[in-house]
Write a protein that binds this ligand. Sequence first.
Ligand SMILES: [Zn+2]
Length: 215
Amino acid sequence: MIAPSVPPPFPLQWGFTTRLDSPNSAPPIRLKQIHGCEIHPANDEVQLGDGLWTTTPGEAIGVRVADCAPILLAGLAANTPWVAALHAGWRGAVAAILRRGVRQFEEQGGHPKDLVWAIGPAIGRCHFEVGVEVIEAAREDSTWRDDLATESPSGKFFFDLHGFLRAQALDLGLDMRKDGSINRCTRCEPELFFSYRGGDTEGRQWGWVQIGEKN
Ligand SMILES: [Zn+2]
């Protein structure tokens, strides 16, 4: 498991699994992910959506990805530990799932600048070739910059999903000193990461978080 590269704001376990982690170490499945932007408070049901948050110590929450970006958030909201896990492919990023997550934290009494955050391993711009429709959708976002995409030899575009999410995070008031992101490409390291574009239609890695130390 790869941990975010910044210290957590309170005792917790968190990180991004790889092929090397035992499936038994993963949290229970609580989401049916649909590349949308709905975020729910975690419970024991399997909910339809792409993000979970909790303030319950010992409740492990996570998202499963293979090229999409897992995002972990942790901060004190009104002195209460709050954590979230979000699933963001380009659709989720364009639908502003990160904004929804940060807004949820604010609704619990938190301030965005206090969030410790980490975008996990995802397909890098080196491999994330997309059609013009993806770029056109992303351009609608107020944080878009033209350097987040470059034209590919085949006339499509290489899209910097990680950079796009980071631009959104900073625009939301997240603190760049509390950024523990792991900027590694899932397609570039097949021995370590599952990659949908690399042929892994079933295998997934987790981005997950749990308030409290290991028992
Ligand atoms: Zn790559």
